[in-house]
Ligand binder design. Sequence first.
Ligand code: PGA
Length: 251
Amino acid sequence: MSAPKPIAAGNWKMNGLKASAVEARSLVEKVSQQGSGDAEVLICPPFTLLGLFADIFGGTGVTLGAQDCHANASGAHTGDISAEMIKDTGADYVIVGHSERRADHGESDAVVKAKAEAAYRAGLKAIICVGETEGERDSDKTIDVVCGQLDGSIPDDATAETTVIAYEPVWAIGTGKTPTADDVKEVHAAIRDNLVKRFGAAGEGMRLLYGGSVKPSNAEELMSVANVNGALVGGASLKADDFDGIINAYR
Ligand code: PGA
């Protein structure tokens, strides 16, 4: 099987106003002028910017995604957004199970799985996030924790087309700290093994992103690790220049 097409994904988290369209347009320009190598470029802005960014990205080399969804398609869930609503904006992806959602909103693996199922139902691809805390790493539980999250969070009907996994060590998010390339290699190999055992060939084809303090200066090293098929980038995705420096790893 050919290697999965990598993704350079930006997660804007709770950042961005309409004025941030300047960055979105700048990114489109850079990608249209210099291409993105063999990588797919994806930006996941807050819900409030999905419509605006759908207009900016439409017909360009940049894809749109959201950061979370409710498990239900519609109904009495004040303040929530469904996968169908996200699809309706023109987005193709949704992130589910980010550690900030798991921590801030108490989302369990079962909740994350229901959200991934909602994504499939609406025709979105799900980026399912997993990752250990610092305490779990220090007590050598990383592989157990990550595999437990995979088992509990990925729906049984996941395929290579519908599902992307993001390994994001919680302690590396927004801290400037990253695991060594060898540590990333070990965890990504364990994730691949888990996916192949459960999903066979589909598990071979699922893209595995690394996330946590990815920057232009470390992207090339991290993206060249075996079984790393792209990056999920927070802070360094907000500025088109920085994100473009990460895309450079694929040019
Ligand atoms: P960071 O965030 O790049 O700012 O560390 C990554 C993420 O949480 O997706």
